[in-house]
Design a protein around this ligand. Sequence first.
Ligand SMILES: [Zn+2]
Length: 342
Amino acid sequence: MADMPDDGATVANSSLAERVTALMPQLEEELALLVAIPSVSAAGFPEPRQPLLDAYDFIVGLLRDAGVEVLEPLELPDTAPVIMGEIPAPDGAPTVLLYGHYDVVPAGDESKWESPPFEATERDGAIYGRGTADSKSNILVHVGALRAWGGKPPVGIKLVIEGQEEIGSALTTFPPSQPELFAADAMVIADMGSLRPGVPTLTVGLRGMAGVIVQVRTLAGPKHSGQFGGAAPDALLVLLHALATLHDENGDVAVPGLRREEWTGASYSDDSSATWPRSCRECRSSGPAASASGSGPGRRSPSPASTLSPSTRRSMPSCRTRAPSSAFGSIRRRTPQRRRRR
Ligand SMILES: [Zn+2]
């Protein structure tokens, strides 16, 4: 830390960038050490817990070295301990909460990995390994940022790094009971991917979600389709017709009043779709599903428009020979945040 500036607030942007560049080799080495810890989360925080605790200890050490006052772990029921830390805000400065998680999902069938899952391996400019992107590299982003400011950033810092995000975070319900622990002027949730490899990406908002259950009832009970098919109103057909009106022939949402704003941020490129899963690439280019991606503004934009995703199920599993009397559908609505104009 001897070569770090005494007063972070005086660091010029150019020297900050140089400092970050200089820090990268060490951060990559530490990322590899963190990836090597198989901190797979499991419901209820059962034995063996050691890998999760090892990851906890490793990150705590990094944060302490970066100038963070690491607090007592937040111990919630049946979950890995949550790392809590802080750097007090300079007078009058805001506080920023930095979030991450140190648990990972299981590696699955290791024979399908091109390199061992818990061994950070560089290929084509990317580092592969279970949890590398989600979200161990993001934890190193926090560490690197604090180091770049010599442990004295121009804002106050709160750190919250949990160990059970992948299987149902305890933090979905706990913060309202002790909001002061999480009070901050801004939060950086370092748990998103980049737009495409090699492009540093700042995600400023996700669509919020609402769910609607729709039921159509046409008859008092199902009727035999051999006798009554065609004559008896089919609830599922009615529901499908109704759901089909939610989008126009281009796949754009056709419901008046749903928000669609001009998108000024970065968008997905044709190149980036090459990295999407195969089935997703195909649905972009052919067949009826192609239009479901929409052709209007924001087709490839991360969050400019509301989306509606219907799904259906027949109310009776055995109604193949019957015209169904009722049918259920659900509509998942995603709405972008209203962005502040400057
Ligand atoms: Zn994650």
